[in-house]
Ligand binder design. Structure first.
Ligand code: F0G
Length: 455
């Protein structure tokens, strides 16, 4: 077997760009990835599926076979599903770090806490740079390189920049990072520096960084790698495809995802709709999006404006990954929530901290933005939108080590100022495990062990 052909090969997909508002189609997209007619966002579609849909049974079997292959594309948990991705000509074109292939864990303690029968975590924090961004970045960076760009750029709350910088370096491209000064974690910043990005800490928030980037791409030959870029979303679709494969193609009742700039929820929703259209799954899971109360633009947009216009907010949350007030993909996300029958919910800072500690206590660990999913599930279950006998998948988007300061402050009891809701903070006390400083004696350690055993 040749290294690039494992099992049965199915035809890779030809693409076209379609505007999500006016439906205008084109074979190429400008650097702002906006419709040339009405200025709205573009999505990638696969026109050949109209006349010749790929056979779902053949796809499933091809994808399964590739799990035993050592071919470069097959080792990637993204390119393994290449029939549902934009086509590349050969495997050497792909910039890959073996992204995807992320675990699906059962959360038995958290399922009891939330009051649902079966709860899973799809842990995208187990990707090469520690977040779900890698699944989209492998595809978009590859197409940046194929288009001949020397520079790629993004605005970021930290994870996109870490991922972009890594993939740019692997593809011999330079990268430019725009991040809000003082509002991203040091771990994420250190990744961008280590991977050689030119990193600018701008005196603004994420939304200000993104506005500037969109101006920049009109004036300089840089390829933008934010999730406005539809190639990113095609790669991120594979999270859902891989998840369904892990569940033997039995759709869960609910998938719950954090919402920031709303690219990921849009991508997962697109994957679900495409899988249904192609006959890979028989029905749609409900896709719900959870935001932090302090960065709840989509919640307000759906509740107060019935999804007709975006209500921007001045964002504030310690879950800095989703500290976004003007989400670019709000329309795409609103549509997939509606199409799948999902919900949009918001959670408080205390609820996020509690959920993060509960997930961590189960030996999994994630960053604060990912923990909104469990906090949101508790609310959705309390109001019976999620029923006790249903199967739920939480998408954990980032690794615990992405934001160690948050975790340490939580366990030391420094996360919330004294004047915040004392009763709610008190309820967190049993989850705290602060480090204990001791004299280096056997006696001191045994006493600590005994005390801990009583609690
Ligand atoms: N979770 C994590 C860990 C994130 O880093 C992000 C977004 C989200 C959730 C929200 O995903 O934007 O697709 O709705 N991080 C971006 C960044 C904005 O720049 O790293 P979304």
């Amino acid at each position: 077997m040749s290294p690039s052909s494992s099992g049965q090969e199915t035809r890779p997909a030809e693409i076209c760009f379609r505007c999500i508002a006016c439906g205008d189609r084109s074979s190429a997209a400008g650097q702002d990835f906006r419709c040339r007619r009405c200025g709205d966002l573009l999505e990638i579609i696969y026109p050949q599926w109209i006349d010749s849909k790929p056979d779902p049974a053949a796809l499933k079997s091809t994808w399964l076979d590739r799990r035993t292959s050592n071919a470069i594309l097959d080792l990637s948990g993204v390119w393994r599903f290449r029939e549902l991705l934009p086509a590349i000509e050969n495997e050497r074109q792909a910039i890959t770090l073996r992204e995807g292939n992320t675990p699906l864990y059962e959360l038995s303690h958290c399922s009891r806490i939330a009051g649902v029968e079966r709860l899973f975590a799809k842990h995208q924090g187990m990707n090469p740079t520690g977040s779900f961004k890698d699944a989209g970045m492998t595809v978009a960076a590859t197409f940046a390189c194929l288009a001949g760009f020397r520079w790629v750029a993004c605005a970021s709350t930290g994870n996109t920049s870490a991922s972009m910088a890594a993939y740019a370096a692997r593809g011999n491209m330079r990268s430019l990072v725009l991040v809000p000064e003082g509002k991203i974690s040091w771990s994420k910043l250190s990744q961008a520096l280590d991977y050689g990005a030119v990193t600018c800490q701008l005196r603004t928030d994420f939304d200000g960084c993104l506005r500037l980037l969109q101006e920049l791409v009109r004036h300089a030959p840089v390829y933008q790698l934010n999730s406005i870029n539809p190639f990113r979303l095609e790669g991120q679709k594979t999270l859902a495809i891989e998840l369904l494969e892990q569940l033997d193609w039995h759709p869960p009742d609910h998938i719950i995802v954090p919402g920031g700039n709303l690219g990921n929820s849009s991508a997962i929703g697109k994957a679900l709709l495409e899988m249904c259209e192609l006959g890979l799954i028989s029905h749609l899971p409900k896709l719900s999006v959870i935001q932090a109360e302090g960065a709840n633009a989509l919640v307000r947009t759906l509740r107060e404006a019935r999804g007709e216009r975006l209500i921007s907010v001045q964002p504030e949350t310690r879950a800095t990954a989703i500290r976004i007030g003007n989400p670019a993909s709000w329309k795409k996300a609103a549509r997939v929530i509606e199409a799948t029958g999902g919900e949009c919910e918001q959670v408080s800072e205390i609820e996020i901290a509690q959920a993060k500690a509960e997930i961590g206590a189960e030996g999994i660990g994630c960053e604060p933005a990912s923990a909104v999913t469990l906090a949101g599930l508790k609310k959705l279950a309390a109001r019976k939108f999620v029923k006790a006998n249903e199967t739920v998948v939480l998408v954990l988007t980032g690794n615990l080590l992405k934001d160690p300061d948050y975790t340490i402050e939580f366990h030391r009891g420094d996360l919330f100022p004294d004047d915040e809701d004392a009763k709610a903070i008190g309820a967190l006390r049993h989850l705290r495990r602060p480090p204990i400083v001791l004299d280096a004696t056997l006696d001191a350690v045994i006493r600590t062990l005994e005390n801990a055993g009583k609690s």
